[in-house]
Design a protein around this ligand. Structure first.
Ligand code: URA
Length: 263
């Protein structure tokens, strides 16, 4: 892994803020390879150097997690000869060994994808029994009717007989045929197949949140942010449908602009 400032690593991988970390370092609570280190600006490589805080090795010291805003046409794979992958969205120095997309979006879908080298985290997020919710902003060909919302809430049956878990959905008031939908599972092309079963058609699909982790509205397509250790747990929580709905309504132009086509 690339070298990282010691104070940044501590702030990323512990619940302490950057300013707390300063005093923790000053107090001599941090050791690098067995030697007390007070200088937060020192660059270290967490893959080869051991950092301890109050004598305890940092948890997940060597794992990283990034959130990217996937544009259209980019694919959720680690490599591909023909297409740009979500890993290509990161600068080379951040593409650490073992990094992969935790979860998939179709090539023509856009929005939040997490990249990590932490298999346990990906498992906790993706395991069917975890039911970590995923929120999608969907533009439909036709309006979504009250009867459709009820069928989604009751657990819809797809055209091939596959039974879906109950899904919460709400049209974005005054925003044409946009709907926010929350799924607790991840079947193949699920959102598209659900609306097809309702005799509708998905024209664009943008993932706006996973669990409690919301796509930052100002993050351009193709850009990334690092997810700090303390925020990773947040991601595994339920999220709040009403709060996410309000945030999308308030920042609608940021979430819907260009619909993922790189400009
Ligand atoms: N459902 C779909 O149909 N496509 C996606 O990319 C994600 C969910």
């Amino acid at each position: 892994m690339a070298q990282i400032r010691l104070d940044k690593l501590l702030a990323n991988r512990t619940p302490h803020s950057r300013s707390d970390v300063k005093s923790i370092l000053k107090n001599g609570a941090v050791q690098v390879d067995g030697m007390t280190e007070c200088d937060g600006s020192r660059k270290i490589d967490p893959d080869v150097q051991e950092v301890t805080l109050y004598g305890k090795k940092l948890v997940g010291q060597s794992h990283v997690c990034f959130l990217v805003n996937k544009p259209q046409g980019c694919i959720c794979a680690t490599e591909d000869r023909m297409h740009k992958t979500v890993l290509d969205l990161l600068p080379a120095e951040l593409r650490v060994k073992g990094l992969f997309p935790a979860g998939r979006l179709d090539a023509d879908s856009t929005g939040l994808v997490l990249l990590t080298d932490d298999g346990d985290l990906a498992h906790r997020m993706l395991a069917p029994k975890s039911h970590v919710p995923k929120y999608y902003l969907v533009r439909l060909k036709k309006p979504c009717r009250a009867g459709d919302i009820k069928r989604l809430a009751d657990g819809l049956q797809l055209g091939d007989g596959t039974q879906c878990m109950p899904a919460e959905a709400r049209p974005l008031e005054g925003r044409g045929n946009y709907v926010l939908i929350c799924l607790h599972e991840g079947k193949y092309h699920q959102v598209k197949r659900m609306f097809a079963a309702l005799s509708n058609h998905v024209e664009s699909l943008h993932r706006v949140a996973v669990g409690g982790m919301i796509l930052p509205e100002k993050l351009p397509f193709g850009a990334h942010v690092e997810v700090l250790h303390k925020d990773v747990e947040n991601m595994l929580k339920a999220g709040n449908f009403d709060a996410i709905y309000e945030r999308i309504m308030t920042n609608f132009s940021s979430y819907s602009i260009n619909e993922g086509r790189e400009v």
